[in-house]
Design a protein around this ligand. Sequence first.
Ligand code: PGA
Length: 251
Amino acid sequence: MRTPVIAGNWKMHKTLAEARALARAVKAGAAEVSHCQVVLAPPFTALAAVAEEIRGTPLILAAQNVFWETQGAYTGEISIPMLQDVGCGIVILGHSERRQYFGETDETVNRRVKAVVKSSLRAIVCIGETLSQREAGIHHEVISQQLAGALDGLTPQTSWRIILAYEPVWAIGTGRTATPEVAQEVHAAIRNWMAGKFGGETAQAMQILYGGSVKPENIDDLMRQPDIDGALVGGACLEAQSFLRIVHYHC
Ligand code: PGA
């Protein structure tokens, strides 16, 4: 009953010409897909070009971040109306790279979440523990704290605009994927936390994606887990062939 989501986070990759080529190739292999929602998140500079390439298909355009104010003197920032204008349906929030390198905190993620749920956009909200937190055995506490912070003020009525992405920091870009069992255990705990906060119905409807070294080789096993509803893919989405294999997972 939860529609799976396969999202490609292009991060800081692709010129305009490269972005168009990748979008076209993904479109050729995924335009007919109906078993999952396919999301492309190119850098801001390529949003308009990718929007043009995927127009009229079920592919969904996403941005990698957004500011909470609608306009004003905020040099370097991008607003929700700008993303809507360019054709985005989704925005990624609180990615661990934003937290690690650009000072993003649960509080600033929450300000973005609050702004997004008031708009027509949906948000992919990223959470996940670091290696030292996992080794210290405190990953469940860390994740609960991130959820409480990022989703503060959210209601069951607005929660459908949120997609969660569990991305253990130690698995991002490292080639070290969480095993399907480890990921499933955390996904079930996240759903349990959601049930406690927003009720069972909301928790059951929530799409929870896994991210961190998702590849053609491991997507099938991940998607077989009952609480894994899709993937947020970094490195393996930069080439159409590997991304399309992930989109066409078997389970
Ligand atoms: P990766 O990145 O697939 O390259 O590990 C995932 C992400 O950061 O969303």
